[in-house]
Design a protein around this ligand. Structure first.
Ligand code: C6P
Length: 409
């Protein structure tokens, strides 16, 4: 672990950052969509495919053993990273979306019936809305919504009322909003849900990269996230669940690895976590993800948080000075994400023009259309920061934004 946060070194660890895009230095402010990968992760992928590639949990030869050990090592690292009680409560998926669908199709199908309520919030990503709508339609359950206020804070009074006045079986909320950056009070929300016997799924897509998660201290029933937003490869996700809940859930997909014994008269299923990992998994990317976790562990967490907070404050201050610009989402507790709209300008035009100056941001509804509807907007421009970003990059972004606005006026 290094004591000091050395931004020059940190940026060197991410080779992609050092390039020109459209004749300008790349300014990558689309970290909420996906983060960049450190060299150690890229090297691990290369090493896996040049030295260790084999299928896992099957072969008895040396490569199969190496591949299996590498894959399972990441599970062990995740136990430490999330403070799970065991490794077998960590299920590898393809990402947050796959994890939520797994819970909806297994826990949901086994537990929801007519008149039951699934509570989501107005801040959710479509991945934490649509799977619940699908299972609700099948089971007769109903999806209800925790409202959000003008600045982007969930209405906790309304949440309390929804919990006590309805048959809530599950609360599915994000830890942090991808569209506007609000950090939700999940500990309080989990405790309140447990008081009425509801289970809670936390979508950690936007929180894992920014602060420590302790699934036991938070008493989470389910926690899901994607490796690609945590400096790891795409195509890998994690689903954590409490043991008794995971054990009570039927399998999701049938196939190899998830069985104990198969015959035409019946099949018995494997133990956790393999019951939920049918087929050949994404071995190389899971293995490389372990290196992303090591990399993060090597950084001083407080300094990383400070760096992100200072970027958020600086960007907010700079953007607030632009005429006609309004920041959407000004919750007191936010991660380093700034969403904004500008009078008379379509967000998409801003995104396309900024790219001409080498600046990458995301524009549109951010897969959160109900939130856009709440604020009566079609979309926003969203700049999302990671610890490898700098104030100098924010200066380049603001300068480019002003030039874009001149061109659009
Ligand atoms: N948000 C964004 O630009 P997947 O695609 O499964 O890795 O993650 C889905 C997802 C679920 N929940 C939240 C809170 C998210 O932010 C995301 C992904 C990206 O905001 C891509 S839409």
């Amino acid at each position: 672990m290094v004591d000091k946060f050395d931004i020059v070194q940190v940026r060197k660890d991410f080779p992609i950052l050092d390039q020109q895009v459209n004749g300008a230095p790349l300014v990558y402010f689309d970290n909420a969509a996906t983060t960049q990968k450190p060299q150690v992760v890229i090297d691990a992928l290369n090493q896996y495919y040049t030295q260790d590639n084999a299928n896992i949990h099957r072969g008895l030869h040396t490569l199969a053993e190496r591949a299996t050990t590498g894959y399972e090592l990441t599970r062990t690292k995740l136990k430490d990273f999330l403070n799970t009680p065991s490794t077998d409560q960590i299920i590898f998926t393809a990402g947050v979306t796959a994890g939520i669908n797994l819970v909806a199709q297994t826990f949901g199908r086994a537990n929801f019936s007519k008149g039951d309520v699934i509570l989501v919030s107005n801040l959710e990503h479509h991945s934490n809305i649509v799977p619940w709508q699908m299972i609700a339609q099948e089971t007769g359950a109903e999806v209800q919504v925790i409202p959000v206020d003008e600045v982007g804070v969930l209405d906790m009074e309304a949440y309390g009322q929804l919990l006590t006045s309805n048959r809530v079986k599950l609360v599915a909320v994000n830890h942090v909003s991808n569209a506007i950056g609000t950090i939700n009070p999940i500990k309080q929300m989990i405790d309140m849900a447990h008081q009425v016997g509801a289970k809670v799924l936390i979508d950690g897509a936007q929180s894992v990269a920014h602060f420590d998660i302790d699934v036991q201290a938070l008493d989470m029933d389910f926690f899901v996230f994607s490796a690609h937003k945590l400096f790891g490869p795409t195509g890998v996700g994690v689903l954590y669940g409490k043991r008794e809940i995971l054990e009570s859930m039927p399998p999701y997909q049938g196939g190899g690895e998830m069985i104990k014994e198969v015959s035409f008269s019946g099949t018995t299923y494997n133990e956790l976590p393999y019951k939920f990992e049918a087929g050949t998994p994404n071995i190389a990317d899971v293995y490389a993800f372990g290196f992303a976790l090591d990399y993060l562990k090597s950084l001083p967490a407080d300094a990383v948080w400070e760096q992100e907070k200072s970027l958020l404050d600086y960007a907010t201050e700079q953007l607030s000075q632009i005429d006609g610009l309004r920041i959407v989402g000004q919750a007191p507790e936010k991660i380093a994400v700034v969403s904004f709209v500008i009078d008379g300008v379509h967000p998409q035009d801003v995104g396309v023009l900024l790219d001409k100056f080498g600046v990458a941001i995301r524009t549109g509804h951010h897969c959160a259309q109900p939130l856009m509807a709440r604020y009566d907007i079609v979309g926003t421009c969203r700049a999302s920061f990671a610890f490898y970003n700098t104030k100098e990059e924010i200066d380049l972004f603001i300068k480019a934004l002003k030039r874009c606005l001149m061109m659009l006026s």
